[in-house]
Ligand binder design. Structure first.
Ligand code: GLN
Length: 486
């Protein structure tokens, strides 16, 4: 087995036994990038020099006999909407094509304390708006399982990098499904933490009441290690929650006996791919065999979730994206006659079509006379969706659903039909509106050999339960061990 194929916990053990060096690990991953990146295009920026320097530092510490944190020397890929001091951070937008942040996001400070090795910044849908990474302002990323298909989005670069072994762990962000849906489509693990669990300081804002950063990894154990590293209260983010952070590796228990799993009847609807339905139902059977109790539940307001999300997320996006005006940083259009003209030209040339669509939709929803009819109503519906989950969690410990209604779709298949594209997140969006947590893990393959993901949803700040249930499933199956043939 090559080093780049391994998980973070396997590499950690080898490093601690001095059987490999951090430099050997990073060289192996860089070699892999050299072999496949031309086909996959997961990265906007590859930080090879920095990575080698960071790895040398880890090896120096190792040689001096110092005890190292769990993720020391592990090559990690970072979504390009997370600010990295001195390293280009574009959000895959022309409007930020040259933006080099003067500071680190809190999650980067935390990962640096773990002495990770940053391998690069990954491609995404522009400003995280999309479900296929086709909305990147620069280029598209391909699914490692089938190069004619999308990797999902918006964290498609991070998910593809993990599936293609071009990084060992990655960070994504999730506003309506952007960690879980690409994880499902690429056959890897992705976790969206509870709102407030991970600091958003230094995450470029899309929809501030929904955005969360989370890990994308090769297995659940690595997911727990990444969660240990990135969670925790941050005074720099006023929505960060001051709650204790458990050691998530304590939840790696391969046992679900007595755990109550709810299955919402509203999630097995018309339009869901029969192979997806079959794989998730087979997974539920497996849980029963393992001693869990599976029961049907109802989340009656599910049908309003997608519409509700597009009002709320677009409204917040229109406000957050006002700051890109070409004055202090980023792209500035040439040939403007005056200030207003400069704003107009910069924003029309700098933003792509999907971002403009959201800004217009959101500005409309917030405008005088429409605020009550759209945004305020949207917030009320959000409360009803949240209440559905509260009621369900009085009866069950976790909720299991498909992550995405279909496996990876073809490049170009949905790009001209925004409504169809928006439906890709039909099973993930409610979790963000309710502010709760969920993980996606591999649970099968389609007859075309495409990965299928299962979503496990948990109570607020109960990532421990979803990690435990996911780990138990993983330990009893081998879907996470399969690799694409690139
Ligand atoms: N696909 C959804 C959207 O386009 C969710 C994106 C996300 O989670 N960042 O808004």
């Amino acid at each position: 087995m090559e080093l780049y194929e391994m998980t973070a916990h396997q590499l950690r053990d080898l490093l601690r036994k001095r059987e490999v060096s951090a430099v050997e690990i990073v060289k192996s991953v860089l070699e892999r990038i050299g072999q496949v990146e031309e086909k996959i295009k997961a990265y906007i920026t590859i930080t090879d020099d920095l990575a080698l320097k960071q790895a040398e530092e880890v090896d120096r510490k190792l040689a001096s006999g110092e005890e190292l944190p769990d993720l020391a020397g592990i090559p990690v890929a970072i979504k390009d909407n997370i600010c990295t001091k001195g390293v280009l951070t574009t959000c895959a937008s022309k409007i930020l094509y040259n933006f080099v942040p003067p500071y680190n996001a809190t999650v980067m400070e935390k990962l640096n304390r773990q002495m990770i090795v940053m391998i690069g910044k990954t491609n995404m849908d522009e400003f995280a708006m999309g479900s296929s990474t086709e909305n990147s302002g620069f280029f598209i990323t391909r699914n490692p399982w089938d190069l004619d298909r999308v990797p999902g989005g918006s964290s498609g670069g991070s998910a593809a990098a993990i599936a293609a072994d071009e990084a060992i762990c990655a960070l994504g962000s999730d506003t309506g499904g952007s960690i879980r849906q690409p994880a499902a489509l690429c056959g890897v693990v992705g976790l969206k933490p509870t709102y407030g669990r991970v600091s958003r300081f230094g995450l470029v804002a899309f929809a501030s009441s929904l955005d969360q950063i989370g890990p994308i990894t090769k297995d659940v154990e690595d997911c727990a290690l990444m969660m240990n590293a990135i969670c925790g209260y941050d005074p720099m983010d006023s929505t960060s929650a001051n709650v204790p952070v458990p050691d998530f590796t304590k939840s790696l228990i391969p046992d679900v006996k007595g755990i109550k799993i709810g299955v919402p009847k509203e999630y097995f609807i018309e339009g869901i791919d029969p192979e997806v339905e079959e794989a998730v139902k087979a997974g539920l059977k497996k849980f029963e065999e393992m001693g869990a109790m599976v029961e049907e539940i109802s989340l009656p307001h599910t049908e309003y979730a997608v519409a509700d999300y597009y009002i709320i997320a677009s409204a917040e996006a229109s406000a957050n994206l006002e700051r890109y005006d070409g004055v202090k940083y980023g792209f500035r259009a040439e040939g403007a006659e005056d200030l207003i003209d400069m704003y107009k030209k910069t924003r029309s040339q700098g933003f792509g079509p999907e971002v403009k669509r959201r800004i217009m939709l959101g500005t409309y929803a917030l405008s005088a006379g429409y605020y009550d009819a759209y945004y305020l109503k949207g917030l009320k519906v959000r409360t009803l969706i949240k209440r559905d989950f509260d009621q369900a969690f009085e009866k069950v410990d976790v909720i299991v659903t498909p992550t995405s209604p279909t496996p990876a779709f073809r490049i170009g298949e949905k790009i001209d039909d925004p409504l169809t594209m928006y439906l890709s997140d039909i099973f993930t969006i409610s979790v963000n509106l309710a502010g709760i947590c969920a993980i996606s893990i591999p649970c099968g393959f389609s007859s075309d050999g495409l990965p299928i993901g299962m979503q496990i949803i948990g109570k607020p700040f109960d990532e421990e339960s979803i990690i435990r249930v996911a780990y138990a499933f993983e330990q009893n199956t081998d879907y996470h061990l399969r690799k694409p043939n690139i």
